[in-house]
Design a protein around this ligand. Sequence first.
Ligand code: HAM
Length: 415
Amino acid sequence: MGFQKPPGTQDFLPGSVEKWQFVESKARDICRRFNFREIRTPMFEMTELYKRGVGETTDIVEKEMYTFTDRGNRSLTLRPEGTAGAVRAYVENKLYGEPDLTKLYYIGPMFRYERQQAGRYRQFHQFGVEALGAVDAALDAEVIALGYTFYSEVGLKDVRVEINSVGTPAVRAAFRERLLGFLEPKRELLCKDCQSRMERNPLRVLDCKTDQAHFEDAPSILDSLDEECRTHFEALQEHLTGMNIPFYINPRLVRGLDYYTHTAFEYKAEGIGAIDTIGGGGRYNGLVADIGGPDQPGVGLGLGLERTVMLLESQGAELDNLHQVDVYMVGLGEAAEREVTRLLHGLRLRGISAERDYQGRKMKAQMKSADRLQARFTAILGDDELSRGEIALKNMATGEQKFVAFEQLADEILK
Ligand code: HAM
């Protein structure tokens, strides 16, 4: 018996990794169009950053972090999410000193010690963006639109945008009291999780899947918003409507991280077992100051890439022909094979993807390889052609075959 990968991790092998490349390249292209620039931060940070940033009483910090002590006796944690690290880098590198907004994006692995289920991993990957330096609701709308555009351009159908306002800390504190007043008489009826959430984070109780029946008359945070929160939330809706982004207001939407203020949102879709949230984010006006930076607001999102790829597969998206070579070259005989080595390299230098056989296989086996690689062309070189300085080039889609001079081969394929 050899080794197995740790629980909750995955190998992405050739054949499926192309789907990841496809999704990632869409993310990068969309960020280019929305003028978000890439940031790469460490895969681990000081543990304290997540305690302060994500919040001491969140599930993430309480029970899901991969925390270890290094040989210098520092407590470090594999990043469970990307916002805290991006904001730490924003502060440490004084990006707030620049005249323009800071619009950042990242794609990479995150780590959470979670119970395994479909769509939930211990190493998973996020595409995230963070926009720092403005309170304008147009920026919240832009971030939501960016995520929506990502899902639609990778080809996902039926993605639902849900938005809410979670107010300011003061608004939340007042709402918390109202909500506890409502929940207290029902305490015994609620599930264990909700009972313990009532102590730590009552707003999350309303998010519970099993207890919804008890919450029909629950107070709504939207009725507790102050003037500023209400104005922001209304402006957000106007911007989304202006961009033709369909959305639903879900007053019970609460995110699992503590840093949100005003806007909170999620993207939802059916099709991955019990999980329906595929991405989410929101505004965090206090976070930069909380981790020791200046008083700068921010808004961002994180989209789970495993969930994106899984949904694409379950929706039957056409993602199978993402790896193809342009030409498969076959040399018949020693002299021809030597010439193939030279021609093949020449094609590759011209930007053409090209492959050949290295195992001394018969022509028929080589043609099967060409099939498996979905080669657009095969190029076959025998002694006769070699002596004329030509190669037989066959277009696999049309079946058309012609002899092409060596010097013309790349041009012919690029045509
Ligand atoms: P989050 O809701 O914790 O937000 O995670 C965002 C997305 O990451 C989820 O919607 C899900 O798709 C994916 N995800 C989370 N945990 C797992 C897991 N164990 N396995 C697979 N996928 C998972 C954040 O992380 C915030 N940093 C988002 C944000 C950025 N807010 C503002 N800026």
